[in-house]
Design a protein around this ligand. Structure first.
Ligand code: AHG
Ligand code: MN
Ligand code: MN
Length: 343
């Protein structure tokens, strides 16, 4: 007598055609040209940084000197966590001697970091938020990393990186890594949005969903309502509207990568509006809002300041901030209508 054993679903998953991240980039570009090879290699390095950060986080509570603050304040005037510094350095070290990226610009560094030995050949710049949602670090909650790749324009001999002060539509690639119950990498190179899940036993990000599409509408609104009395009246009116209307529910984790990932999958809207004291809000354009806007637009959603599409905003400085309203088309339009028309 033979007994049919149920196929373990985890094994069944591995039995599928396992598409790795680097292979996927080649498939997307339908080419093995030098540009395609560069982009595939860059994505591979970003994935390596993600794996290193995820590994450290997964053991953080077991190691000395991983959690907590450094005692420093960064260029944004925010307290710095040890994990912010670690992750910032990891992204730099994976690109050293890669020949790929000449400059890295991050939330944690006032000026871009140059890797001179890469510059003659590596015409790319990596912009990144090494740890997004740092306030979740010490409580073992979801965190993220955000990245964008831009092609360097001009020589940048004086190391001022002024060519980075251009609209987000010029991004070549963008995405995020989500450190949740599993580690995921979501990216676009302008041809749809694709998600990968880290299989720790393989040490590889494996394709889990191709051409993700954000629903046109969702029930979630995601905003820090603790700022209610700091907002403009139009945002307060919008929040009163969702309170009064059936079918809305609030979700806010303190890490926009996880909140926006939820919105990408289930629909809804994430907001970080300006406040009366800080009309530009909190989020940084070049390495937070613009990469996420590229992802959400590519998935069929929208991202705006309330007046202009995030991808059309031209920054005047590296660490510029913008208000952000991002998510499902219908839900973003509703917030926009409150801002522009008052209803
Ligand atoms: P970071 O940790 O990179 O400074 O970013 C945190 C951001 C974002 O991820 C999150 O949605 C928001 O700041 C939370 O800010 P509040 O605590 O003001 O809500
Ligand atoms: Mn952030
Ligand atoms: Mn950060």
């Amino acid at each position: 007598m033979t007994i049919d054993l149920p196929i373990d679903s985890a094994d069944a998953g591995l039995d599928r055609d396992c598409t790795t991240l680097s292979r996927h980039v080649f498939q997307q570009l339908q080419s093995f040209s030098p540009d395609a090879q560069d982009l595939s290699a860059i994505m591979n390095r970003i994935a390596l940084a993600g794996k290193l950060v995820a590994r450290r986080m997964s053991r953080a509570g077991l190691m000395e000197g991983v959690l907590g603050f450094t005692g420093e304040v960064n260029v944004q005037g925010e307290t710095v966590k040890k994990m912010d510094v670690y992750a910032n350095d990891v992204f730099i070290s994976v690109f050293k001697q890669s020949g790929l990226v000449c400059r890295l610009a991050s939330e944690e560094m006032e000026d871009p970091y140059y890797i001179p030995e890469n510059c003659p050949i590596g015409r790319y710049t990596l912009l990144y938020d090494p740890i997004d949602g740092s306030s979740n670090t010490d409580t073992n909650l979801s965190l993220g990393s955000i990245f964008a790749i831009r092609q360097q324009q001009g020589e940048d001999k004086d190391h001022k990186a002024t060519d980075l002060l251009t609209a987000g539509r010029g991004q070549i690639a963008a995405g995020y890594i989500l450190y949740g119950p599993s580690t995921m990498l979501v990216y676009t190179i302008g041809n749809g949005v694709h998600s990968f899940t880290l299989d720790p036993s393989l040490g590889e990000f494996i394709l889990t969903e191709e051409n993700m599409q954000i629903p046109n509408h969702g029930s979630v609104y995601s905003v820090n309502e603790g700022n209610f009395w700091q907002w403009d009246e139009s945002i307060r009116e919008y929040i009163r509207y969702v309170h009064k209307t059936e079918g809305y529910t609030a979700r806010y984790s303190g890490a926009m990568v996880s909140d926006i990932h939820r919105v990408l999958i289930q629909g809804g809207v994430f907001l970080y509006p300006g406040t009366l004291q800080k009309p530009e809000g909190k989020l940084r354009l070049l390495y937070e809002s613009a990469p996420l806007a590229y992802i959400i637009e590519q998935a069929g959603g929208r991202a705006t300041t309330g007046h202009i599409d995030i991808l059309d905003v031209v920054p005047t400085k590296l660490h510029e901030r913008t208000p952000l309203i991002i998510g499902s088309k219908q839900d973003v339009a509703k917030v926009e209508s409150f801002i522009q028309n008052g209803y």
